[in-house]
Design a protein around this ligand. Sequence first.
Ligand SMILES: [Zn+2]
Length: 386
Amino acid sequence: MADRSQRLWRVYEKSPVGLKNAVATARGAWDRQRRYGPYFRSHRLALEESQWWTPEHQVVALGERLRRFVHRAATTVPYYRDVFVRLELSSDSIREVEDLRRLPLLDAETVRKEYERLQPEADDAAPAMLLRTPGPENRSVPVPLSEECFQREWAFRWQQLAWHGVRPGERIATLADDPLVVTLGPEPPFWVVNHAEAELLLSHRRLNERTLPLYAERLSAWKPALLHGPPTALAALAEGLRDLDHAPLQPKVVIAEGETLTWEQRAAIELQFQCKAAYFYSNAQMVAHVAECEHGSLHIRPEHSLVELLNERGEPAQPGEPAEIVGTGFGNISFPLIRLRTGDGAVMAERPCVCNRGGLTLRSLTLGAFRPAAAEEPEAAVAEAA
Ligand SMILES: [Zn+2]
């Protein structure tokens, strides 16, 4: 199977540009169908309304989602059934956010060890797909995702894009580490066009001093409303274009994701592209979702999941105190995870955002800040809210 796939990639590599674009467009059309189905539309509509709920309304809604989710996990997931028996708790004993602390924290090692017993026995919980957590093969875990969870995630993503004025159908430029561009050879073009989603997919691995003028020319012609990718690639592009004295591209927004965004990277991006850089945080386990709004606040989305910020003693952190993001994702009935330690660090902001959207906001978010030393993760820098 692996051989066959490698052969196919070699054929793709050698094919003409038009055929590569056709492959990217066909995959884009397939992605569109999977992402923007009925669950996407219903969540997108619901989020438009719920983002303006009062804090009291958000707390009531969060409690309801929590009760339903935990009850389901306690009755259908072998691992949680045992936890509730061991702790002598009934399946409906978790009624409020505070009650959740009666349940133990879950770490990545336990998820790996208890992988089979974390899968629900319910008939309606069959996953639509598997999404791998990042990391080397022996540590990465395939997370079963329900169709609703997957489409809901895209509803959250598009809501953030709407906050920054990006509309569906507008042009997108993506600095990607995607197989469609990773496999491109050392000669230009270093990008493919996905016409189904008006997306220019550019290889960030091929971006260097020699190739930069070509990227500059292609991006100027493409005129994206949205530019997104990992912060290191976006900052390298911004700095390269600055050195070329290239005219600002002026997309509506640059979305940075997948790594920590440092304030130096943010400054370089905003200066060169003459627009706001906004951060986006999520994870394959779907237990937390943080999106930066147009006013520069990192919003924890309460409709998505219950995020606890726990300090080094495992207690709820105060504003300004370094904390770990611990998440309970309500969205994924195919692999319910309660109080998952993400290993990512965050500092709660002192004040709510002026935009008046509900939920807590963060002052900073640092990927991997709380990862155990044994995981041998590279040192991470800090993403500051603007
Ligand atoms: Zn805001």
